[in-house]
Design a protein. Structure first.
Length: 211
């Protein structure tokens, strides 16, 4: 007779696995936000550096304005010659057989600055249709020799305007400069300009007197 008090057999185990709740998706790393109202995502902005650059049109406008300011500053602040003056008289003679001209130029130099003007160098410049020439002024000791050989040079000539001449503010100096150029009479007569260039000491620009 079977034992009625024995425990009933356990039900067979369910072979199917117990379903697990789905895992939450990995949280996306947020970009660094500067706060409400700003609307700028630094992560995205750093990934796209081209957004940092202003439009090309704005850059061109800014550069143009800077160039105009620099040009105005350079024009207003540029150095000016300390003196001024004029070419009062000019006599030229051709040296026979040498294809050259001797020129005596009488000038007036006025010191328009606020300190004494000391002459450092003097030279003459000739510009023709095809070329430019320059010559240092002859020494005062050579004037008599030139005047004896070419008496025409002495017409309206004055004493030599020499280097180291000192001109006080508001004063002026008068004198003659003798120079030579390797051109013939015809080329000299067809010149475009003739000038005396006087360079003072301690000055960036010379005083140019043009005839």
């Amino acid at each position: 007779m079977p034992d009625e008090t024995s425990k009933p057999a356990s039900p067979p185990a369910d072979p199917s696995p117990i379903p697990q709740p789905p895992s939450a998706p990995a949280a996306k790393r947020p970009g660094l936000d500067l706060g409400p109202g700003v609307g700028v995502n630094v992560t995205q902005d750093m990934a796209t550096p081209e957004r940092k650059l202003p439009p090309a049109k704005v850059v061109l406008i800014v550069l143009a304005v800077l160039l105009v300011i620099l040009a105005i500053y350079g024009f207003v602040g540029r150095a000016k010659p300390q003196g001024a003056g004029s070419v009062d008289n000019m006599v030229a003679v051709e040296v026979p057989g040498q294809n050259s001209m001797l020129v005596a130029i009488t000038v007036t130099l006025h010191n328009s600055g606020e300190k004494p003007l000391w002459i450092h160098t003097i030279k003459g410049n000739l510009k023709t249709a095809s070329q430019e020439y320059s010559d240092d002024a002859a020494s005062a000791v050579d004037f008599d020799r030139y005047f004896q050989a070419f008496p025409a040079l002495k017409q309206s000539a004055q004493s030599a305007l020499m280097p180291e001449t000192k001109i006080l503010p508001g004063n002026e100096a008068h004198g003659t400069v003798i120079v030579s150029f390797p051109v013939n009479q015809d080329d000299f007569n067809k010149r475009q300009s003739l000038s005396v260039e006087i360079q003072p000491y301690d000055q960036p620009l010379p005083v140019v007197l043009t005839k």
